[in-house]
Write a protein that binds this ligand. Structure first.
Ligand SMILES: CC(C)(COP(=O)(O)OP(=O)(O)OC[C@H]1O[C@@H](n2cnc3c(N)ncnc32)[C@H](O)[C@@H]1OP(=O)(O)O)[C@@H](O)C(=O)NCCC(=O)NCCS
Length: 174
């Protein structure tokens, strides 16, 4: 059964394997940590940074909450929730980031991660979330629309992984 769990040392090896698959397959829509950076000390080294993000203590950034998606012992993907509608959220990264391990695509995990993620957003008393999706990312568009995404508009966007692209913005009302 798929679960979203807080980052924890027990799943670091799975997280690294997931990151490696993303890099090997050149997944541009959600680039995770470079697997070369994930050594034995990585979890402890980065913990304070993630704690700070959750507390909203990073200047100019929304508070953000990071989860790993696991199915029993199998590492399946990740989910991120940003709870404030900052400029960066509205015109760039959106309220939600999520991804599934490449070898697990097409098995329903993406839909379940987003479904459970929306529950988490409700627990944060959010009334709606914004998903910003590259016009060419058909799988994510499908998942978002299945879970009630309402197209707001399409805007020009840029980031270093996706380059210049047309980005769909969807509201999901909770
Ligand atoms: C987007 C992503 C999370 C989907 O994960 P997944 O586990 O494959 O999702 P699911 O299996 O739950 O559902 C995928 C849906 O997209 C559909 N789909 C997949 N590729 C498609 C395509 N090229 N065109 C149209 N629909 C497509 C599938 O048929 C399925 O719809 P269905 O349930 O109606 O059959 C995954 O592809 C991923 O991690 N991509 C890279 C990171 C990313 O894009 N993150 C989102 C950034 S906004």
């Amino acid at each position: 059964m798929l679960q979203l769990v807080k980052r924890c040392p027990g799943y670091v090896a799975g997280y690294k394997a997931y990151c490696q698959e993303a890099f090997d397959n050149n997944v541009i829509y959600f680039m995770p940590t470079n697997p070369l950076d994930i050594d034995d000390n990585w979890f402890l080294r980065t913990k304070a940074w993630y704690d700070k993000k959750e507390s909203g203590l990073i200047e100019g950034q929304s508070a953000s909450f990071h989860y790993w998606a696991v199915d029993d012992d199998k590492f399946v993907g990740e989910f991120q929730l940003r709870t404030e509608f900052t400029e960066q959220v509205m015109t760039g990264i959106g309220s939600i980031g999520y991804a599934v391990r490449v070898s697990e695509w097409g098995k329903g995990y993406g839909t379940e991660i987003l479904r459970q993620g929306l529950q988490i957003a409700m627990e944060h008393n959010m009334e709606k979330v914004l998903l910003n999706i590259n016009e060419n990312n058909a799988a994510s568009i499908r998942v978002c629309e299945k879970l009630g995404g309402k197209l707001l508009d399409k805007i020009e966007a840029y980031n270093k992984d996706e380059g210049h692209h047309l980005m769909r913005r969807y509201w999901i009302y909770l």
